[in-house]
Design a protein around this ligand. Structure first.
Ligand SMILES: Nc1ncnc2c1ncn2[C@@H]1O[C@H](COP(=O)(O)OP(=O)(O)OP(=O)(O)O)[C@@H](O)[C@H]1O
Ligand SMILES: [Mg+2]
Length: 190
């Protein structure tokens, strides 16, 4: 399945554009807020100022953000301190790089499971396929980025998506088409 996804991405038929991850995080919060609220889980966004845009396919990047956010909510379903909630934070950790960190206070990833969570069909959930993170990592790596996790010292897990900032992109709202994306002719990396 992953091999096919890689081939699919390599075909480069996915339209790419400049993506403002701050705007995508705001949209994401709007989409998963109701789910979190229904579970009594607080959801916060922390948006970095002057975040560089990244280059990519909007749908793919939305899919990645959605899966990581949904995983975070699912990890806190039975948490003792739901009020500690989930924070989705954007940052520019170094010049030319952009990150989105999703911090939860859920059950955490066991040592035993470790990096296997990025393998397809690895799941601890009853009715899940276990493909979310495998797909997400494949997509993020196809853009020269990384998807990693580490333990949250306060309990729970932090998933970090890191992507290269788009080259030659001046973040100019005047050029935006209104949905956080600007069209550009460039295509996905090989
Ligand atoms: N935030 C998290 N906290 C704790 N465990 C997590 C977290 N995110 C992922 N995991 C673990 O990694 C496993 C794999 O995650 P992945 O998103 O690939 O699949 P899934 O959520 O189980 O199913 P699917 O995404 O296909 O619906 C999960 O079943 C869970 O055990
Ligand atoms: Mg998932």
């Amino acid at each position: 399945m992953l091999e096919n996804l890689r081939k699919f991405i390599r075909r480069r038929e996915m339209p790419t554009g400049f993506v403002d991850l701050n705007r995508f995080v705001v949209d994401l919060v709007g989409i998963v807020e109701a789910d979190a609220q229904a579970e009594g889980i607080a959801l916060r966004a922390q948006l970095a100022d002057d975040l560089p845009v990244v280059s990519g396919n909007a749908l793919q990047l939305q899919l990645v953000l959605l899966n990581v956010a949904q995983n975070a909510i699912e990890s806190m379903r039975h948490a003792a301190h739901k009020e500690l909630g989930i924070t989705i934070a954007t940052a520019a950790p170094e010049p030319g790089r952009v990150s989105v960190a999703v911090t939860d206070h859920g059950h955490g990833v066991s040592r035993q499971l470790g990096e296997n969570i990025f393998h397809p069909f690895v799941t601890t959930k009853r009715d899940a396929l276990g493909v979310g993170l495998a797909m997400s990592r494949t997509i993020i790596q196809s853009y020269g980025g990384s998807l990693t996790y580490h333990d949250n010292p306060a309990g729970g897990t932090v998933f970090v998506i890191e992507l290269p900032a788009a080259e030659g992109a001046e973040k100019d709202p005047a050029q935006s088409d209104g949905d956080g994306e600007q069209r550009q002719p460039s295509r996905l990396p090989r």
